[in-house]
Design a protein around this ligand. Sequence first.
Ligand code: GCU
Length: 608
Amino acid sequence: MRTAVLLLALLISACVLSQEVMINIPGRNSFSLNGKWNYIVDPYENGYYDYRYEPFDKNENPTGGYFLDRKPASKSDLVEYDFDLMPALMVPGDWNSQDDKLFYYEGTVWYRKLFEYAKKDAGNRVFLCFGGANYETDVYLNGRKLGKHIGGFTPFNFEITGILKEGSNSVVVKVDNKRRRDGVPTLNTDWFNYGGITRDVCLVEVPGTFISDYFIQLAKGKQDLISGYVKLNGQNASQKIRIEIPELKIATEITTGESGTASLEIPVKKIDRWSTSNPKLYQVNISAGGDAISEKIGFRNIETRGTDILLNGTSVFLRGICIHEENPMRGGRAYSVEDARMLLGWARELGCNYVRLAHYPHNENMARVADEMGILLWEENPVYWTILWDNPGTFENARNQLTELITRDKNRASVIIWSMANETPVSDARTSFLKKLVTHARELDNTRLISAAMEVHRDPAKPNDRIVEDPFAEYTDIVNFNEYVGWYDGLPPDCDKINWIINYDKPVMISEVGAGALQGLHGDALTCWTEEFQEDLFRRNLAMLSKIPQFRGVSPWILCDFRSPRRHLANIQDGWNRKGLIGENGTKKKAFFVVRDFYRQKATEFEK
Ligand code: GCU
């Protein structure tokens, strides 16, 4: 049995890892495939399995799948579908918020896009790039299987050079958002399982040998040394690479070896380090042979010293808020620059210098807009609640999603914390699983901090004690936990009696605290679901948490009400989690102003 599982894990990882993630798509000349895609809803997946439930594309043969945009070859040729006769979904975008019949749908939808293409140069290579699709995606071009991706929130791409036609092409994508016990996340989550091609899709054309990856940041603990690497992909992998940062008068060359990778170390005399009060970004230009790419990168240091979090050597307090990737005004997955500006704009109004992007990798626009606005970010791998800790395929999946997240965002100054998990029950298997993810994260990026949302424990003999003690805390830079005193744990006045037992000489952050309130419902401070209850809970919780000596950051749960199938109370929840400081209609609740005032006070105690 174990061998079979291992084989499955290797097959999955082979499918998923068939292509390394191409970074900085926004910096590329791309051909967008966004817009209308015809779709077929296929709950029995009979476009993928034959009537004996054998996959059409078993053994990874090049032509897979039945729904491959085939037309009848003759009047007697039986074809039981026709994309041309089907409605269209907008890409990017979840299907749930676009078609009422698909609101709660969990299963397979087939998408099809026809497009004309002409290569700019015959010697170029072409990649089909997805910002993300939830949850398991199979991609076909002109009837050929390109590969499979597992994971709902990270980018993936396939080389299509040899399959793309000059002129008319047809891309078919199978997206299946069914929740899986062995998935990452697993069956149970407190967020809406939006399915579909939820992020941008485009073609990227590059020279035969191109710049596929690079990491350019200040070396850990150094303000006078930029370090990292540049990676080439192609036949001529050993080449001179030129890196320029004109504003710093930097123009240097490195040479890649046969592997196509070259490390870089660039001394800098005086650099204007990125910070929340000065989000300075530098134009970085990289060129190699026939390829060139640019983007704006911020350079800053982030580290911990004892119980302090140091941004560029200065102790900071992270005035945060949690955000789900959802535009509450539209009630669907957020994906655009405009969505990012709205959500981060509300966080800025709250007085935040920091945002926790819960519980999975958000779209790339969030980190790029945060870079511009000077907002620090916590980014999280969706290892949420009761993952199958003993399943090798589940670990491979979690590891791959973490790899894709770090690969995509490792040059974003705003990103300071990689979070391994949320509220995972302590066990040897869980701690071993998470420890391996930490090791992997630090191998990919040793410049950022590692944490996770751990849980609070209690001692029956001491009812007012709340204990933060987790074997995983040994491996993280920040001791961080979720607490709901006053909501799931007693009532708001109980906050005044709590003793926190946190025996770590590390910075302590609270990644969730909060209560539900229906925007516009008013009453006294002990009436559940009123704005006054939520307001009083925050007032008491923030005072309680301020007594923790190592207290260096908090991100209340949550900026906006968000859809969740776990929230059933009619006339109050109606399928929404009501813990937002802002209602689904964009109206701020009274608690918003309690948190804002607390942050105004905190900003005077720490950096501006
Ligand atoms: C948990 C969990 C969140 C959830 C929240 C709640 O802490 O991390 O995902 O939404 O509690 O119950 O509202």
